[in-house]
Design a binder for this molecule. Structure first.
Ligand code: NAD
Ligand code: UGA
Length: 465
């Protein structure tokens, strides 16, 4: 079957960029991305390409090329579903905040709503593609709903998890390590798989398009994130050991990464991993393992999260200890709020938790991030539900100039590895800070030796890891 019309439900960090690249690379396919969030759709349709709802390097060019030609953004969900041969589900699947599985399981409310809406809106057969990250065996639930409420239409379910990382989404989509497609082993399932393979084959070499059964595909996504997060927690565990022993974690990472069996990527010690998915997907895997009675498997993976929580708390505690065990009323400047560089996404960012810890101690936090707005920073802190909006605004200030942010600060903490931070005039910052001026580098990006040997050296330049 030749696909000529695609609908994607969910115009978020995954749906937007993924569909923009499909549209760019497949000009003969009409791609309509739909969402219930009118403001988000308006922003995708906006004139100003600097104000797309997702900031990703290179995305503006892709959208500029395809939008209005064969890429459309709309809130008319039913119409787009009905017109398409293939419907992607790319909605959010956050950790449940209520009831059974609260704090662990994935909340599949939005996925189920999509399945029901696809069933109701379809007047022809469809291929339904799970793009969202889902617990293994979700496809069964999606199929049950479609088969029972779809008015006799035929639905093939595919799993096609997304592996893009934020900040490099366009790059990752244009040249993926692999595309994974899972489907039913029967002939109709294989035909559906082939239809999706043909879409990607427009730009991805065939040997990089892997096809599997549907459960392997669903589970591979959770497993990939668990392995990646586990590497970060492993190197962060070693960072603590380094601090006690005089070993240097960057040197250890280089030494072990040179072993081709280990490899150099994902070995950067940090203030802790953030992002919308690592924690949620591991918690989800822990929950699934426990629900099958696999206690050891669940405990093993849960440790990755515990180590990450420990790393975030440890960073905050080190700041307090180094500022003579009190930060009450002291100005601490955060450079960076996003969970990594080159994104405006702040979900689960370590900065939120470090700030919360320091605010508990009545510190005055000033934040500068090149891409994150004041509203977003306050919303992140309010979401924690640990204090009133008034108290947050009293203790946290957001400024849009880094030098102003550092003025009269007792300490500067690097929370995100934005490139521009390295190029700042650190002599000027030093002069503007209260003394002794302290820098806590949660990303290990600054030239610490240089900072220490400046005319009037930071005293001491705290190399955190
Ligand atoms: P997101 O919150 O940015 O976007 C989801 C969008 O879906 C929202 O705009 C929301 O309004 C919309 N939506 C929800 N229910 C809807 C409905 N019934 N009809 C229409 N629209 C609806 O989420 P995201 O970051 O794009 O993640 C989506 C999925 O992709 C998640 O399962 C996530 O785990 C997975 N994933 C995310 C990333 C990433 O880097 N963010 C990478 C790989 C996979
Ligand atoms: C991650 C995966 O890399 C993607 O493959 C996956 O598709 C995505 O999750 C998802 O499912 O959402 P992302 O969270 O966007 O992508 O970003 P990463 O580059 O993986 O970084 C995650 C966190 O780990 C960041 O806070 C980053 O700063 C931290 N990190 C990463 C480290 O602390 N050290 C490292 O060496 C690497």
């Amino acid at each position: 079957m030749k696909i000529t019309k695609i609908c994607c439900i969910g115009a978020g960090y995954v749906g937007g960029p993924t569909m923009a690249v499909i549209a760019q690379k497949c000009p003969d396919i009409t791609v309509t991305v739909v969402d219930i969030n009118q403001a988000r759709i308006d922003a995708w349709n906006g004139e100003d390409l600097d104000k797309l709802p997702v900031y990703e390097p290179g995305l503006d060019k892709v959208v500029a090329e395809a939008r209005g030609r064969n890429l459309f953004f709309s809130t008319d969900v039913n119409k787009a579903i009905d017109e398409a041969q293939m419907v992607f589900i790319s909605v959010n699947t956050p950790t449940k905040t209520y009831g059974e599985g609260k704090g662990m399981a994935a909340d599949l409310k939005w996925v189920e709503l999509c399945a029901r809406q696809i069933a109701a809106a379809s007047t022809s057969d469809k291929i339904v593609v799970e793009k969202s990250t889902l617990p293994v065996r979700t496809a069964q639930a999606v199929k049950d709903i479609l088969d029972n409420t779809g008015g006799g239409r035929k639905f093939q379910i595919l799993s096609n998890p997304e592996f893009l990382a934020e900040g490099t989404a366009v790059e990752d989509l244009l040249a993926p390590d692999r595309v994974l497609i899972g489907g039913d082993p029967g002939p109709e399932g294989q035909e559906a798989i082939e239809a999706l393979v043909s879409v990607y084959a427009a730009w991805v070499p065939r040997e990089r398009i892997l096809t599997t059964n549907i459960w392997s595909s669903e589970l591979s996504k959770l497993t990939a994130n668990a392995f990646l997060a586990q590497r970060v927690s492993s190197i962060n565990a070693i960072s603590e050991l380094c601090e006690q022993t005089g070993a240097d974690v960057t040197e250890v990472a280089r030494a072990i990464g040179a072993d081709s069996r280990i490899g150099p990527k994902f070995l950067k010690a940090s203030v802790g991993f953030g992002g919308s998915c690592f924690q949620k997907d591991i918690l989800n895997m822990v929950y699934i393992s426990r629900s099958y009675g696999l206690t050891e498997v669940a405990d093993y993976w849960e440790q990755v999260i515990k180590m990450n929580d420990h790393q975030k708390a440890r960073f905050a505690k080190n700041i307090i200890k180094s500022l003579y065990n009190t930060v009450n009323g002291k100005k601490i400047t955060f450079l960076g709020w996003a969970f990594k560089k080159d994104t405006n996404d702040t979900r689960e960012s370590a900065a939120i938790y470090v700030a919360d810890h320091l605010i508990n101690e009545q510190a005055q936090i000033t934040v500068y991030d090149p891409k994150v707005s004041e509203e977003k920073i306050y919303a992140d802190l309010e979401y924690l539900n640990t204090r009133s909006p008034e108290e947050i605004r009293r203790l946290v200030k957001v400024v849009y100039d880094p030098y102003e942010a550092c003025l009269d600060a007792h300490a500067v903490a690097i929370l995100t590895e934005w490139d521009e931070f390295v190029d700042y005039d650190w002599q000027r910052i030093y002069e503007a800070m209260l003394k002794p001026a302290k820098v806590f580098d949660g990303r290990n990006i600054l030239p610490h030796e240089e900072l220490r040997t400046m005319a009037s050296a930071y005293s001491p330049s705290e190399r955190q890891y």
